[in-house]
Design a protein around this ligand. Sequence first.
Ligand SMILES: *Cc1c(COP(=O)(O)O)cnc(C)c1O
Length: 372
Amino acid sequence: MIKLTDLNEQYLSIKTEIDAAVKKVIDEANFILGPQVRELESGVAKYCECKYAVGVASGTDALLLALIASGIKPGDEVITTPVTFVATTEAIMRCGAVPVFCDIDPKTNNIDPQHIEKKITKKTKAILPVHLYGQPCDIDGIKAAAQKHGLKIIEDCAQSIGTLYKGKKAGSLGDAGCLSFFPAKTLGCYGDGGMIVTNNADIAEKAVLLRNHGSKVKNFLDTHGFNSRLDTLQAAILVVKLKHLDKWIEMRRKNAAIYDKLLSEVKGIEIIPEAPYGRHSYNYYTLKVKAGKEKRDALEKHLIEKGVACGVYYPLALHLQKIYGHLGHKKGDFPVSEKFQDETLSLPLYPELDKDKMGKVVAAISGFLAGS
Ligand SMILES: *Cc1c(COP(=O)(O)O)cnc(C)c1O
C-alpha cells in the first residue's frame, strides 16, 4: 500500500530527538502551557514572519479564536470559499457569524478576488481566504477589496505553513493566520494542535485570554473564554519537527515536480500548476480528472484497488451541503467550485516518498485512463 502520507517513516527519521523531547515533558510534568509552548510560539512566529504566535488546541480553534479576537460578532458576514474543509465555515458559524461563499479561481482553486466585491454588504466584516493544499491565494486582490471596505483578513493556513506569496510567508499576509498541527498537515503533531500567528498585538492579547478561560490572572476573568490550549507534549514534538520543516517542504516540492513531469504525459489529467506569484508547499498533491465525476470516482476506486491511497478533498462544495441549506444556495451558484469538486483527486505525497513509488502511482493512473 502506498499511503497518502507516512507518519511512521517520518517519526523513525527523528525518533531519538522526539523520544527525548517527550520524555523531558513527562519528567518535568509541566503539561499545561509549559515552557515548550512558549518556545514553539516564538519559533513559529519567527518562521511565519509574525510578531506574535498563540498556541491553541486545534486549527479549528485557531480560526474560531482568531475571528473572535478580530472582533467578529454574531450576525456579521465573513466571505470565504466553498472549497475547503468544513472547519473553515464551522468557525464562522461558531462565533455566530454568517459564511458568505464566493467562487474560486480555476487556476489556483482559491477564492477569486474578482468576485469578492459583489459579495460585500453592510454586514461584511472579514474575508477568510484558504490557501488550499498549500497553494497561495491571490492576496493582493483580496487586500484591495478588504482595504476599500475596511474588512479584516483572517488566513486559513491549516494546509499552508511555509507557503510563500511574493516572497512573504502565509500567515503574515492579513490580520491573523491560523495554523493546524493535525498529524497529516505539513507540520503535524501527534494529536491535535493549532496556532494563531499575527502582527497585531491586540489580536494576540485577546487570543491569549480566549484560549485559557478568558483570564490573564488565574480566577480573575476578563472575558468569556474557552479551554483551548496547545498541550506541552505536542509543543515539544513540534519544536523538534519545526527544525526540519524547510527541508521537508523542499522534499515535498521536489516530489510534486516529479509528479508534474510524469503526469504531463498522461492524457485525461490536468495538473494544477504552482501560482506564478508564490511558492506552493504541497500539503496535498492534487490533480484534476478532466472527464469529471464519474471517471474521477472510478479512478479513485481503481487506485485504491491497486494499493494506492488517494482522496477527494472535497467531494461536495460547502454551499451544497445540507447544513448550509439555510443560506439558500443551489447547484450552479458557484460553477467553478462545483466543477472542481467533481474533478479533484489527491495523490500520495510526503517528504520521504520515493520516485519509485511515484512512478507506480502514475503508472496506475495512466493504465486506468488508457484502458477506459
Ligand atoms: C485541517 C484544516 C482545518 C482544521 O484544522 P484542525 O487542526 O483539524 O482543527 C481548517 N481548515 C483547513 C483548510 C484544514 O485543512
